[in-house]
Design a protein around this ligand. Structure first.
Ligand SMILES: Cc1cc2nc3c(=O)[nH]c(=O)nc-3n(C[C@H](O)[C@H](O)[C@H](O)COP(=O)(O)OP(=O)(O)OC[C@H]3O[C@@H](n4cnc5c(N)ncnc54)[C@H](O)[C@@H]3O)c2cc1C
Length: 358
């Protein structure tokens, strides 16, 4: 078993990084080469800015290359809860912002011709308990009425058409969700940004960020210095270096994933007849999908721990048990990959952006 992400092991390498020292100036310095930093880089170069991306390790090597491969719409909260707190109009706007995010990924994939197996597969959320089905049904009723009429409620008898297990009590299908190969996407996105003119430096951990007299910032990395008019910090749950302000605004939480050996097509079709992304309503949520080569990619919080090779391996054992509980048919199937990463959890579980002074 490899203790590394399937996505990074099976994607073509990123070869468009800068080889020389870091020097000179840029309109925008972007710190962090995951989805956030790379898509910002692409957007900024397209608007005519000179852009430098500084990545501490390799492009997409943290959360963006270590996740479950779901491109799901829908919020972390139920629509019902958000509507109760913020009103239906605001809940609709927030829900649609997640829809727009999936549309944006699809548009970038199409425009930049990124070969990453993007597919509008749809997402099934499964109820782990009868009471969970009751709240999913309530949520479905409001989502389909207020914002997404294409959503479908799945009763227990419908589940077998989607997932080959009797462990769940119904669920909800959201058709706008997608899936893709995250390693191919992050490296393809980096190449797209580089093609458009962004200069990308790997192994360039920012260790110092100083505001200059007048305007602009001086940025220090082991590969040299850069002066930039504006800086975007896009370092996510793996933030290193002088960004205490940023780090204090979220809690890094460990999440873990295993990938089986490639399954025989008949077995893959039996366990995942719907071939969609799937999440569960369990407290320690699970999420799973098939890979393009028919592996089951099965993830979850597993336990309250951060990610390290030892921690990932321990969590992998828990995930394998959970996977076999859902799919006893997979007994004897080996686990080829096991990995973990950090999720940057905000207090209200919504994404945040903002300005900070240095
Ligand atoms: C196990 C797991 C499963 C997940 N599953 C899904 C899923 O299925 N679907 C989904 O949508 N989301 C999922 N997520 C969340 C998703 O992966 C993240 O929201 C997303 O990748 C965040 O991207 P990012 O660019 O903000 O952060 P990252 O990808 O973490 O990128 C930040 C980068 O900043 C770099 N960095 C940090 N400090 C410095 C510094 N000082 N100088 C330079 N660079 C620095 C890091 O090395 C890193 O590469 C999952 C996350 C995990 C961990």
């Amino acid at each position: 078993m490899k203790l590394e992400p399937y996505w990074l092991d099976t994607a073509p390498p990123f070869t468009d990084g800068e080889q020389g020292p870091l020097e000179g100036t840029a309109d925008v310095a972007i710190i962090g080469g995951g989805f956030t930093g790379l898509s910002a880089a692409l957007a900024a170069v397209r608007k005519g800015a000179s852009v430098v991306v500084l990545e501490a390790e390799a492009i997409g090597s943290k959360a963006s290359g270590r996740n479950g491969g779901h491109v799901n719409n829908g919020m972390a909260h139920s629509f019902v809860a958000v509507a109760a707190k913020h009103g239906v109009d605001r809940a609709r706007e927030l829900y649609q912002a997640f829809d727009a995010a999936v549309d944006t990924v699809e548009r970038i994939v199409r425009e930049e011709k990124i070969d990453c197996d993007f597919r509008r597969a749809g997402k099934v959320k499964l109820a782990a308990k009868p009471a969970h089905f009751a709240s999913i049904a309530k949520n479905y009723e409001m989502i389909s009425r207020e914002v997404d009429p294409d959503t479908q409620l799945l009763f227990k008898d419908d589940i077998r058409n989607e997932v080959g297990t009797d462990r769940f009590f119904g669920g909800m299908l959201q058709r706008r969700s997608a899936m893709m190969h995250m390693g191919k996407f992050s490296r393809g996105l980096a190449s797209a940004a580089a093609r458009s003119g962004a200069r990308i430096f790997e192994n360039a951990c920012v260790t110092k960020l100083e505001k200059q007299a007048g305007s602009g910032f001086r940025i220090t990395t082991p590969r040299g210095h850069l002066t930039a008019s504006q800086v975007l910090v896009a370092t996510g749950g793996n933030t290193e270096g002088p960004f205490g302000y940023f780090r204090r605004r979220f809690v890094p939480i460990g999440a873990f994933v295993i990938a089986t050996e490639p399954l025989a097509p008949a077995i893959a079709a039996r366990i995942m007849p719907g071939n969609r992304t799937v999440t569960t309503s369990r407290n320690l949520v699970n999420f799973f999908r098939l890979s393009p080569d028919n592996r089951l990619i099965y993830g979850g919080r597993a336990r309250f721990a951060l990610s390290s090779p030892r921690s990932d391996a321990k969590s992998g054992v828990i995930l394998q048990r959970s996977m076999l509980d859902v799919f006893p048919q997979l007994t004897g199937i080996s686990i080829d990959y096991c990995w973990g990463g950090l999720i940057d959890m905000t207090a209200d579980r919504f994404p945040h952006t903002g300005f900070a002074s240095v």
